[in-house]
Design a protein around this ligand. Sequence first.
Ligand code: CU1
Length: 538
Amino acid sequence: MNHATIAHAHEGGHHGVPHGWRRWLFSTNHKDIGTMYLVVSLIMLFLGGGMAMLIRAELFMPGIQLLQPDVYNNLVTNHALIMVFGAVMPAAAGMANWMIPLMIGAPDMALPRMNNMSFWFLVAAALMLVISMVVPFLPGGGTPVNTGWTLYPPLSVQVGMSMDFLIFTVHLLGISSILASINIIVTILNCRAPGMGLMDMPIFCWSWLVTAFLLIVILPPFAGAVTMLLFDRHFGTSFFNAAGGGDPQLFQHLFWFFGHPEVYVLLLPSMGILGHIIPTFARKPLFGYQSTVGAMLAVGTIGLAVWAHHQYTTGLSLAAVTYFMIGTIVISIPVGLLVFNYIATMWRGAMTFETPMLFAIGIILMFSFGGLTGVMLATIPGDIQYHDSYFVVAHFHYALIPGALLGLYAGVFYWLPKWTGNMYDERLGKIFFWMVIIGFNLTFFPQHFLGLAGMPRRIIDYNPMFTEFNMISSIGSFIFGAAHLVFLYVIVKTVRGGARAGDQVWEGAKGLEWTLPSPPPFHTFTTPPQIKLAQSEA
Ligand code: CU1
């Protein structure tokens, strides 16, 4: 890149800053794009959460109350897709955009225009997903996608044209995530302030570096899988059709080669956020920085080689399932190391319990519980018993809601003062936290018992003997849902005003947050001259 293109790329930021809607549509500013990611993810959170409320309302009693079975199955499918791709990933990307340049002392993301493009691809994908949900209600629209988020053939070959919209959704999401990942990797590798080595980086940057590499590895096979599905649906191929010489299991391998590491894509950025919050509120440096980085790298690499633990009951060879069992259990070592380091950071620290720290502690307790049921499910004989039951649903919600979603909530409270310049209402933050804790556990803890008693997942109706635990679960989910009205209120209130937050929002972060020789202040950042030089020479 020569100097002229650099100047051109930053034109919008220096002279003639676009105003109104143009500021957002054409934005190349990492903070504005970060904000847009966060707003989209909040909208999708309420959409996906609303679907969960409908599902739990339907399951409040046995029998069919509110929904048609096909619509129910579609809600189960899209709840998952929206939460994973619409809520959690964009929120993590929004925080990456906001924080990584600030943390490494870069003027912006390395590729600001591509940053804009990856965001708007996400919006296109979200619209495509909504179209796929609406199409079945139109005349001749066919059946809704009722496969679950795994999109397994042969069912996904038979579904109506809403499946084609979903396939294009996956393509758009893949493009968006790959572009964003390239941008994050290039930013981290090329734009660190002089003197900041990779092992000096704040831990959130490391968590995203691993995440971005993972995304680039896993998304192309997934895009390939759904493209093959498209060909099987419309162009007479038989990739996944046994009658034509294909194999439906091939899709499962391609899907889970993406699907399992995707869990770490959701998890790692939140773990990175905790790596900032816990030292701040324990008033101690992170315990074991190098081993934390090592654990993240180990989770990322081993996580790529354990996918078929989702396929124990599909007739894989004993040697294969044994390998996947051992590999999966091995991952609990680096994950346990992360948790250990975070607890060791708190050990004998001068802890205070502001909302972000309350979330951090709750996350460690509840996520560890999800990890334990994960070891149970990784064990072949256990999994064959628990397969396709509510035990699985309980397990992955214990892993992903604390491990991914609540970590992002913690990040919102931790960084909202930085983003808005205003302090959030601590009392409301705590009310939100306790509603989340009570609602979440009430929703998902009873589902372990339902699963062990044999209640199958992804079915609109159930045996009346499961009624009581389902009622408790539904009531819990309504509390969990209502909590988010408080969340929305706190955010809007903070954005609109409140006590001013100073440059040092969290007194406990003093001397901990920055490893730069002279930390740049958050709001008044100017480009270090060395970085300009390095870029114009490259
Ligand atoms: Cu997995």
